[in-house]
Design a protein around this ligand. Structure first.
Ligand code: ATP
Ligand code: MG
Length: 292
């Protein structure tokens, strides 16, 4: 705004006008911040619930197939059913029921994610810190991410090497959010290895995930390394930016690493770093300080 060009009369003194304008712009910025954070929460929810929704979708598909088999056996007519047929019906019923439980569990998980993320957006994060077994948390989320990928691609096999430092013990962290971060890092790793196994089909490639934890002088370190597609140097600087993705819109939102970065650096006052060589490997290193 050109302050000098304003008339000099009464209430419309240039300084006052200038201050009014600053106030107005501050309000606009505040409003924009609010909109941005609403966008982030919405995208965050979309990002997080894709995993349980995948389970729901896959188990529903399996159940539809089982139901077809069930109907085929029943179609023989009650007078023609053999003992084997009955056994088969019983088996199908057990599987249907097991899958239905998984569908319910994952529906509840999706609901919990929405409730937690909305609650999170309304309050400060500090109160959610709790004493947590880091090795158990890492192990749980590595398995969860692997099963997420296997749900979509049952032929994808992975060798997982773990090296857990038991001396870390229990530490005070926000398990809910750190779990989300780990889930994203490991899901990214699995995706990169799945892509590479599609590229290298001559039997020379074995996907391998190496997960290690270590007590450090300030706290603890988690490192997650995959031998997938790697990250080219020219995109390395972009991967922590919100909405940056090299995946199709049905495969990724591009919010995973920016959220993970915030969870580690802002929420836990830690550090998240990446080492990678295109075509060879990617390693994410998480350093979190704790008071022992
Ligand atoms: N382990 C990895 N190997 C290769 N590339 C990776 C790896 N991790 C991340 N990337 C790159 O970083 C980009 C950003 O990752 P980020 O987790 O933020 O989003 P996304 O995985 O694409 O989407 P979403 O997390 O919503 O599924 C990815 O699209 C990919 O290009
Ligand atoms: Mg991701």
């Amino acid at each position: 705004m050109d302050v000098n060009s304003q008339p000099l009369n009464g209430d419309t003194h240039p300084n006052k006008q200038f201050l009014n304008e600053v106030e107005r712009l501050q309000c606009v910025l505040k409003e924009q911040d609010k909109l941005a954070s609403i966008g982030l929460i919405t995208a965050g929810i979309l990002h997080e619930i894709r995993n349980p929704l995948n389970f729901i979708f896959n188990f529903s598909k399996v159940n539809a197939g089982l139901l077809d088999e069930f109907r085929e056996v029943l179609a023989k007519g009650v007078n023609n059913l053999t003992h084997d047929d009955f056994d088969e019906l019983k088996d199908i019923e057990v599987n249907l029921n097991r899958n239905l439980n998984k569908i319910t569990e994952n529906g509840q998980r999706a609901m919990r994610i929405i409730v937690n993320m909305l609650a999170q957006s309304r309050r400060e994060n500090a109160e959610d810190f709790e004493s947590t077994d880091i090795n158990q948390l890492v192990d749980e989320f590595v398995k969860l991410a692997y099963h997420g990928i296997r749900g979509n691609n049952s032929v994808f096999n992975l060798s997982i090497i773990t090296d857990f430092d038991a001396s870390i013990g229990k530490v005070n962290i926000n398990a809910h959010h750190l779990g989300r971060g780990l889930l994203n890092i490991v899901s990214n790793a699995c995706y990169a290895m799945e892509q590479k196994s599609k590229q290298v089909q001559d039997g020379t490639y074995t996907p391998q995930l190496t997960v290690a934890t270590k007590k450090t002088t300030e706290g603890f370190r988690i490192s997650i390394m995959d031998n997938g597609t790697g990250i080219p140097d020219e995109i390395k600087e972009n991967i922590f930016k919100p909405f940056f993705t090299t995946k199709t819109s049905s495969d990724g939102t591009g919010l995973g690493l920016s959220m993970t970065h915030d969870i580690i650096q802002k929420l836990h006052k830690g550090k998240l770093e990446v080492n990678s060589k295109a075509g060879e490997y990617t390693e994410f290193v998480i350093d979190i300080p704790v008071k022992y």
